[in-house]
Design a protein around this ligand. Structure first.
Ligand SMILES: [Zn+2]
Length: 379
C-alpha cells in the first residue's frame, strides 16, 4: 500500500490509497471513511466494547483521563554533575576568583591571585598539598604544586619586588644546578601581614623572565613552567613565606589564594587524646547529596610546615563549591562523621578532639594585637 499526502485539502493526511475524488466535500468524507477503515488498531470507546479488537492492551482501551499514574523518575533536587567517572570530581572547571585581597572575616587573608592564568588548571594538585610527604620520608611539602605544561606562563600572585631569580634557592648557592627548587623566583610583596613581610616562591621554572630588583604587578609574567630541580615532571611549585624568606617560614598557600566565586575553604585542627596534632590523618570530604567521594585530604605531616597563627590548623582543603558536606574518617577503629556547610568565599573551621569530638566554629577571637593593620574590628 503506497502512502501519499492530500495537499489539496490544506492539511497533511495519510491516504490508504492514491485514488482522489474531484469534490473536496466528497474527498473529506472519503478520507474520514478511509481513515476509519485503514486504522483499525486505534481503539475508540466503541471499538473497545467489541471483543474482537483487543490489540493494544487493556490500558490503551481506557480513556486517557483514567490512565493509572506512571511512576515518575526520581530526580535528586541537587546533584553534582561529575564530568569523568573515576577522575577527581570537580576538576575541570572553576568559577572566576574573588578579587584580591579577599577577606570575609578579619582573620582571613586571601591576599593572592593564582600564579597560573585561569585558562589553565590553576588550583593545587590534590595529591601534592601543603604538609604532605611525597618525595622522601623526612621531607614535608612546603608549598602547593600546580599542574601545568612546560612553557606555561607563571604569573606574579601579587605586586612586589623580585628578590631572587636563579638556581640555588634552597642551598643558598646562586647558580647551583643541583638545587631542589631548580630555577626559581622569589617576590617580596608590597604588602605584609601582621607587620611581617610576605614572600611568594615560584619554582622548577624552565626559563626565568623576571630579574632581580624588578618591580612587578599582579599577573606579570615571572617565568615559564618547567621541570628543573627535584621534580619528575613540569609543574609549578608555589610557596607563601611570612616574616622571613626561608624554607622554614612557609604557610599553606590554600589559605592565601582567593577562592573561586561561590566556593569556600575547609580548615580543620585535629588532635588526639594527648592533644597532639594527628599527623597525615586521611579525611574524606564529600558533597551532599552524592554517593561519590569528592576529596580525600590528609592532615599535615610532622615537619617543617607551619600553621596559620589564627586557625592553628593542620588540614586545609580549598576550592569547595558552597553547600552541605559530609566529613568522614576512621579514628580508633571507628568510622566518625559530621556534616557542615561550606559558605561562599569563606573559611569553614572545625576542630576534632579525642574527648570533645567535632566542633564547627571559629577559634576564639584573638587579642587585638593579632589583627592586621589594614583590618577593622567587627562592626
Ligand atoms: Zn612542590
Amino acid at each position: 500500500m503506497k502512502k501519499s499526502y492530500a495537499m489539496e485539502s490544506g492539511s497533511l493526511l495519510p491516504y490508504c490509497n492514491s485514488k482522489l475524488l474531484p469534490s473536496k466535500v466528497l474527498m473529506i468524507v472519503l478520507i474520514m471513511l478511509l481513515i476509519a477503515s485503514c486504522t483499525p488498531s486505534v481503539p475508540t470507546a466503541e471499538t473497545a466494547s467489541t471483543p474482537t479488537a483487543v490489540i493494544a492492551g487493556e490500558a490503551a482501551t481506557k480513556p486517557p483521563a483514567e490512565l493509572e499514574p506512571q511512576p515518575k523518575p526520581t530526580i535528586a533536587p541537587f546533584r553534582f554533575v561529575l564530568p569523568t567517572p573515576g577522575a577527581e570530581p570537580v576538576s575541570g572547571w572553576r568559577p572566576p576568583l574573588y578579587p584580591i585581597p579577599w577577606a570575609v572575616s578579619a582573620y582571613d587573608h586571601f591576599y593572592f591571585a593564582r600564579p597560573i592564568a585561569a585558562d589553565n588548571v590553576n588550583w593545587p594538585l590534590a595529591d601534592y598539598r601543603y604538609g604532605g610527604v611525597f618525595f622522601a620520608p623526612n621531607i614535608v611539602h612546603t608549598g602547593v604544586d600546580i599542574d601545568a605544561n612546560e612553557g606555561t606562563q607563571i604569573l606574579a600572585a601579587g605586586s612586589g619586588t623580585v628578590v631572587s631569580a636563579d638556581w640555588g634557592l634552597y642551598t643558598e648557592a646562586p647558580g647551583n644546578q643541583t638545587d631542589p627548587y631548580g630555577q626559581a623566583v622569589v617576590l617580596r610583596h608590597d604588602f605584609g601581614y601582621k607587620g611581617q613581610t610576605l614572600y611568594t616562591v615560584y619554582a622548577h621554572m624552565s626559563e626565568i623572565i623576571a630579574v632581580i630588583g624588578q618591580h612587578v604587578e599582579t599577573g606579570d609574567v615571572l617565568g615559564l613552567v618547567g621541570a628543573t630541580g627535584a621534580t619528575t615532571g613540569p609543574h609549578l611549585h608555589f610557596e607563601i613565606r611570612l616574616g622571613e624568606n626561608t624554607f622554614y617560614r612557609t604557610y599553606n598557600p590554600e589559605l592565601w589564594m582567593a577562592p573561586p566565586q561561590g566556593w569556600g575553604v575547609l580548615v580543620g585542627r585535629m588532635t588526639d587524646e594527648d592533644k597532639n596534632l594527628l599527623y597525615q590523618f586521611p579525611v574524606e570530604v564529600r558533597p551532599l547529596p552524592s554517593e561519590v567521594p569528592l576529596r580525600t585530604v590528609k592532615t599535615y605531616a610532622e615537619g617543617s610546615v607551619n600553621s596559620d597563627p589564627y586557625y592553628n590548623e593542620n588540614l586545609v582543603l580549598s576550592d569547595l563549591p558552597a553547600g552541605l558536606y559530609k566529613i568522614t574518617f576512621e579514628y580508633k577503629e571507628k568510622r566518625l562523621q559530621f556534616w557542615t556547610d561550606i559558605y561562599p568565599g569563606q573559611v569553614t573551621y572545625f576542630t576534632f578532639t579525642d574527648k570533645g569530638g567535632f566542633q564547627v566554629k571559629p577559634p576564639p577571637v584573638p587579642t587585638l594585637d593579632f589583627l592586621p593593620k589594614t583590618a577593622t574590628a567587627e562592626p
